[in-house]
Design a protein around this ligand. Structure first.
Ligand code: FMN
Length: 202
């Protein structure tokens, strides 16, 4: 027997279900700066890579939060990778701090300068992707009404990867404890890896 959920009748149950079902979700740990140069850092799991050539990412904010406001104002953001040793600090950066109060300092995280954009990256992250904003759009529902969600699409203009995870020119994060979001308060740490050749790929 299957349990049935109608998102129009039970929107809260549907929201929890969606986040449990569409999981694990990668976490974009988004750093930005405001026009006066104050930095901001927050995790987003409505986040993914959406193209590889050129490399592009998007994250979705449920409302106009500081990350969106800053990305809109400056046209830049950086995404740092969350692995197991950074998981608790990542969670601390989701605290609703006053605008202009830095989550880097709140979570005791060191900054490292980016190369092409102004927002810093998380120094101890194994990888960071510097992005310039391509498009910011509001998300509309079937009836054309604004949902309140805002999509920020960025193109990756520079990448930083810890040298120890680059083998023969390839980034290999197997065994590095990459973290992903599940439903509720749960996270997955990537463990087992399976390699498959695509049909027809030789
Ligand atoms: C793992 C994790 C994932 C999150 N994903 C999202 C998300 O996809 N969209 C969103 O609006 N908020 C998300 N949040 C909540 C934001 O991180 C939180 O609202 C934060 O304060 C926003 O910061 P900002 O205002 O500095 O951008 C997430 C929180 C956690 C801990």
């Amino acid at each position: 027997m299957m349990h049935y959920i109608d998102p129009l009748i039970a929107p809260v149950e549907a929201a929890f279900a969606l986040k449990a079902i569409v999981a694990p979700r990668p976490i974009g740990w988004i750093s930005t700066i405001d026009p006066s140069g104050r930095d901001n850092l927050a995790p987003y799991s409505f986040f993914n890579a959406v193209e590889d050539t050129p490399p592009m990412l998007l994250f979705s904010s449920s409302g106009e939060k500081d990350s969106v406001r800053n990305a809109r104002a400056t046209g830049e953001f950086v995404c740092s990778l969350v692995t197991r040793p950074l998981l608790d600090a990542m969670n601390r950066t989701s605290a609703p701090l006053a605008h202009g109060e830095s989550e880097f300092d709140h979570a005791g995280l060191a900054r490292a300068p980016s190369s092409l954009v102004a927002p810093p990256r998380v120094r101890d992250a194994l990888a960071a992707l510097e992005c310039r904003v391509v498009e910011i759009r509001t998300l509309r529902d079937l009836g054309g009404a604004e949902t309140g969600a805002i999509l920020v699409i960025g193109q990756v203009v520079a990448m930083h990867v810890a040298a120890r995870v680059v083998r023969d020119g390839r980034v290999t994060l197997t065994g590095e404890g990459v973290a992903a979001r599940l439903g509720g308060a749960d996270y997955a740490i990537v463990g087992e890896t399976v390699s498959l050749r695509r049909p027809g790929a030789g």
